[in-house]
Design a protein around this ligand. Structure first.
Ligand code: ACM
Ligand code: ZN
Length: 531
């Protein structure tokens, strides 16, 4: 506790000069429209201040609002229906407001009004209000709030971070801790990479053998997690990575791999590069069963099917059954079996009322010709991720009519080190350094003309966990870079700026530390010269 306070004090000392303390100084992501109101009487919070709302009394928004005022001003806010109250905080659900995440927050001398068309929008108004209190420290200490008007809406509707409990398992409560941080920065999607070579993490009641040797989430735990996230305006996208990244599955069902890999021991965490055999008809009923189960647990409209890094040359191109199938279908290249493989999986996805997502793969990794690795269906959402391939993925998705999520490793792989010689210290394959400033410089539109970026629907930051053993390392790798990425997803380019971001970041990283979240302090960007 003492050491912790010392760290905070040191940070306040180091950052003191650049941390202006006013009602804008902790806003992150920066709202898109702010009407500053100077020199007017503050809103004063007292024991008589009440909440008026058309939300249900049990709404999470109300609980959050009450928590904030309890924690920051030690005032208990009650809900009132009286017309005589003088100091009122209004939470207004107004379906007429355009945009499911747009909110307005207006603070006058006798009212705070947060309005939005959905619970999520109102929650975002409350998160912004909390950041006003965090930034305006001295006013907050005297229970005052400066007048302001904010009308805010996100640049992109899909703002995601991805956790990888397949590589290193994260207990449900740890995922909840992560969700708690995501909502503060207006992330609305958590992608859970549930299966990979190193582990199978989801209970499938029809196939209990899949989880018999490792940590996993029960279906009830996942349903609880989905509810927990939804309260915080976060959808969970499940990812089942196929046909590669499937050693944990093949350890249970070794006969479903390719014939040339029959003699390779399938050891989760040790064996890599194996694939499901496209020519084995027994693969499909099992996976279709699994997909139906997953679809019933997660209400999100999408299931991510991976599709990345399928090492076809070592599997389908060598397997006698896959070779025969390639020939029978009149293909000249085993890669073409990707279309056949997913053609047998996708009907189940659609029957479950879902749409597929894939990591965008380009034929030959983009060398000498730009075609998709296989014909993704038009309603699939693709994620660009490979280094340097984003311009090609962006063009291909535009031409082919797919929607695109920007997850380029150059900017959005938060599992890469943030500074020279920093973590990860193991399983680091020579990852490029991705500094906070690099992440901040990310324009998800890549500077394209507006009509060339209409199909870009959002951003995604990854936390691949080969080298992330637990939640403390997850948050260390994520923060503060996830703050920079949050702003890339929410704030229009003209409202962004590195110097402004840096100063708004400091009170937020101190908040994260006060909440016990392990973060990396970005000492390299502190201007020590001018102290
Ligand atoms: C990936 O990084 N394999 C999508
Ligand atoms: Zn095969």
């Amino acid at each position: 506790m003492k050491i912790f306070s010392l760290i905070i004090l040191t940070l306040i000392f180091i950052f003191g000069k650049i941390t202006a303390q006013d009602n804008l100084s902790a806003l992150l992501p920066m709202p898109n429209y702010i009407n500053l109101i100077n020199g007017k009487k503050d809103f004063t919070v007292t024991e008589k201040t009440v909440i008026k709302t058309n939300l249900q009394d049990t709404s999470y928004c109300i609980k959050e609002l009450q928590r904030i005022f309890q924690e920051r001003m030690e005032i208990t806010l009650h809900i009132s229906a009286s017309t005589r109250d003088k100091q009122v905080i209004h939470l207004i659900l107004n379906p007429k407001i355009n945009g499911s995440e747009s909110y307005s927050l207006s603070i006058s001398n006798n009212s705070v009004k947060i309005e939005g068309a959905t619970h999520g929008a109102i929650l975002y108004g409350i998160m912004t209000l909390e950041q006003i209190l965090i930034g305006d420290v001295s006013k907050t200490k005297s229970n005052k709030i400066t007048q302001i008007g904010i009308n805010d809406a996100p640049r992109f509707g899909y703002r995601s971070l991805m956790l990888d409990p397949a590589r290193h398992f994260l207990p449900v409560n740890d995922v909840k801790i992560f969700i708690d941080q995501m909502v503060k920065y207006k992330y609305n999607t958590l992608q859970l990479h549930l299966t990979d070579d190193q582990g199978w993490r989801i209970e499938i009641k029809g196939h209990p053998q899949l989880t018999k040797n490792g940590d996993f989430y029960t279906q009830d735990e996942l349903k609880d997690l989905v509810r927990y996230a939804a309260e915080r305006n976060i959808q969970i996208i499940p990812e089942l990575d196929i046909p590669g990244h499937t050693v944990a599955f093949l350890a249970t069902y070794p006969h479903l791999g390719c014939s040339n890999t029959d003699t390779i021991p399938k050891i989760p965490g040790k064996t890599l590069d194996l694939m499901l055999c496209a020519a084995n008809d027994n693969v499909y009923p099992i996976y279709n069963d699994i997909i139906t189960t997953v679809a019933n647990i997660f209400p999100s409209p999408y299931i991510h099917l991976g599709g990345d890094e399928a090492v076809v040359a070592k599997n389908w191109a060598k397997c006698e059954h896959c070779r025969a199938l390639t020939k029978r279908l009149g293909y000249n290249n085993a890669n073409q079996l990707m279309g056949y493989f997913f053609g047998k999986i996708m009907p189940t996805v659609y029957e479950a009322g879902k749409k597929p997502m894939f990591w965008c793969e380009i034929e030959n990794n983009g060398k000498g010709g730009y075609e998709y690795l296989f014909n993704y269906p038009k309603d699939a959402i693709l994620f660009t991720w490979r280094n340097d391939l984003t311009p090609s993925c962006t063009e291909l998705t535009e031409i082919n009519g797919n929607r695109l999520i920007m997850s380029p490793s150059e900017y959005a792989y938060l599992d890469y080190p943030q500074y020279k010689n920093d973590f990860p210290e193991f399983n680091n394959w020579g990852m490029p350094i991705t500094t906070l400033e690099t992440v901040y410089s990310f324009d998800p539109g890549y500077g394209l003309l507006p009509e060339k970026q209409e199909h870009i629907v959002g951003i995604n930051g990854t936390l691949w966990a080969e080298a992330i053993p637990d939640i403390n390392r997850v948050t260390y790798m994520a923060f503060p870079r996830a703050l920079a990425l949050a702003e890339a997803g929410w704030t229009e380019m003209e409202n962004r700026g590195w110097e402004s971001f840096k100063s708004r970041m400091y009170p937020n990283i101190m908040e994260l530390m006060k909440c016990g979240v392990s973060i990396r302090v970005p000492y390299e960007i502190v201007d020590r010269e001018n102290k």
